[in-house]
Design a protein around this ligand. Structure first.
Ligand code: SAM
Length: 276
């Protein structure tokens, strides 16, 4: 494994990952937009579309960083809940829309019992996420927990959905993280992973390599004053297993009905599996 110009062992990887995210936390959201030209937002929206949560869904977002998946989840569930309440009120009581609006505003829980727990190993990333939550007015159904994906501080069979977005490639022992995902999901629960993957088209792959190795570290230096961290991020993307290899790893952890979908020519993929 390489971090910048030094070689690091498997065991050192955890420490390096920690350093990287500690150093990039404050500029993380801006860099995400710059590096992906904003496309990461579309990929994350697509993850929510695949999840299709409903009011009541309990989500654990591991390596959740600054909360991008959690906030999308809360927005999605809240909108679903509002629609459901309006439908119910309208059909049951034949009220006018003004009366319906008044009624559902008075309901106490805008999420219909849904809840998201963001778990991340880095307190700086969580700190930025918490500040965003306050700034954007998210005050219910959200918890922030410091913890390692390889040893989650959570009891067995607790969540309906486990997500990990752009996080699993940073974990030292991916197999342990997958076993932990399996453990904390309820029977019937779903695992969803959004991660960089492998581009199969050779021309696109060449262009993508040029962009990643020539442009991203430069952007990292200009915006965050940190060439090495961004060079590490690019290298960790290239080392991550292919779509098929990762699918097998998920199956080895015990998940069933494992499928994946490549997005943007395989630059990223979403893997899905169920604990049945
Ligand atoms: N999920 C967020 C998103 O999509 O914007 C953040 C992704 S960021 C690229 C990777 C995150 O993984 C960082 O916040 C980092 O602290 C976290 N991370 C790395 N290793 C971890 C581990 N072993 N357990 C939990 N989180 C970890």
């Amino acid at each position: 494994t390489h971090f910048g110009f030094e070689s690091v062992s498997e065991e050192e990887k955890g420490g390096k990952v920690h350093q990287v995210f500690e150093s990039v936390a404050k500029k993380y959201d801006l860099m995400n937009d710059m590096m992906s030209l904003g496309i990461h937002r579309v990929w994350k929206d697509f993850l929510l579309w695949k999840m299709q949560p409903f009011p009541g869904t309990q989500l654990l977002d591991v390596a959740g960083g600054t909360g991008d998946i959690a906030f999308r989840f809360l927005n999605y569930v809240q909108a679903q809940h509002r629609r459901k309440q309006k439908r119910q009120l309208r059909t049951q009581q034949n009220l006018s829309w003004e009366e319906i609006a008044k009624k559902y505003q008075n309901k106490e829980d805008p999420l219909g019992g849904s809840f998201v727990m963001v778990c991340d190993i880095n307190k700086e990333m969580l700190k930025v996420g918490k500040q965003k939550a306050v700034g954007q007015g998210y005050d219910t159904g959200l918890a922030w927990v410091l913890g390692d994906a390889e040893e989650l501080p959570i009891h067995d069979d607790k969540f309906d959905v486990y997500t990990i977005a752009f996080g699993i490639r940073n974990v030292t022992h991916i197999d342990r993280a997958l076993q932990e995902a399996y453990r904390v999901l309820k029977p019937g629960g779903r695992f969803l992973c959004l991660e960089f993957s492998q581009v199969s088209n050779p021309v696109i792959s060449r262009l993508y390599d040029l962009y990643s190795f020539q442009v991203i570290p430069v952007l990292g230096e200009i915006i965050a004053g940190d060439w090495k961290s961004y060079q590490y991020l690019v290298e960790s993307i290239r080392k991550f297993p292919s779509q098929e290899e990762f699918k097998e790893m998920i199956e080895d952890a015990g998940f069933q009905k494992v499928t994946y979908e490549s997005l943007t020519r395989g630059i990223v993929a979403i893997h899905s599996g169920f604990k049945l």
